[in-house]
Design a protein around this ligand. Sequence first.
Ligand code: NAD
Ligand code: SER
Length: 318
Amino acid sequence: MKRVVVTGSGGQIGSELVPHLRRLYGAERVLATDLRPASGPLAEGGPFACLDVRDGEAFSALVRHFRADTVLHLAGLLSARGEKDVALAWDVNVNGSATALEVARQEGTAFFFPSSIAAFGPSTPKKETPQETLQRPTTIYGVGKVALELLCDYYHLKFGVDTRGLRFPGLISHETQPGGGTTDYAVHIYYEAVRKGNYTSFIAPGTFMDMMYMADALDAVVGLMEADPARLVHRNAFNISAMSVDPEAIASAIGKVIPGFTIAYDVDPLRQAIAESWPDSLDCSAARKEWDFAPRYDLETMTREMLDRIASKGGRAA
Ligand code: NAD
Ligand code: SER
């Protein structure tokens, strides 16, 4: 990657990925874009442009004028939000992503697509879910992720586009709040722990999902995009995860730092049903073998850092 365009950069991932890339590659070489105008580090730390990813002409022009060699396509609607507006989720997640991929083909750039644990469904093996297995998701978000995984592989095979993707687990971070997903509880719990010393979870105890700290997710994006293509047997998309946890496990890790922390439950049927349709834990051996994936944070180290950082901001989201 030498000159990078990032879509959906104002979200939970982009707001940290863009500054990370600007530190690595130089501020002027990373163009941040989003539907809405940005403020703060995103707009002030380097170039920024408004872009609706469904507008192929505007998208192509931006990529061409910036002389980008890579498009990191983050724009999208998360799982729970998608179930509440299926037509919009399809339009942005599928039509918008297909447009982004076509722009990459026309402009000759590499293309990164963030898939998800949501690309699996209830008929997928739940534990140590293999890299290649049944994918029959039951959310519109997951259906879109499978469609784009396949389309990205197709564009690589048919047109030679350098497409690469990750099946992200739930991402835990302290800069930008998550945008309406099922794993959001695993971020909210840390804020409430700092603010109030207790948390009411919308996901039930015993519901295991894969998670990862944002620092490891940023390293994974760069690691995959910089990987030697000769080593890549797979492309779209690699299973990655750093931990498989349920709400009790996170609460117990928080309790070691904030004694007396308590968790209660008020389960949301929509998000609980989504969580139950996803794997408990992923097999990440292909990512380890093909591009040396190696997350640095486990539940304990992530928990200490999350609580420290949120406390240093007085419990406020940025
Ligand atoms: P987010 O909801 O925090 O941010 C998404 C961004 O996309 C927002 O800034 C929004 O303004 C922008 N956007 C929406 N519609 C757009 C459009 N039409 N044109 C341009 N921008 C538009 O999402 P995120 O958590 O940063 O996730 C980014 C990507 O990673 C998504 O594809 C998501 O599915 C995927 N992912 C995220 C997680 C996670 O835990 N955060 C896990 C798995 C996969
Ligand atoms: N964190 C995302 C969600 O819950 C997973 O893709 O929607």
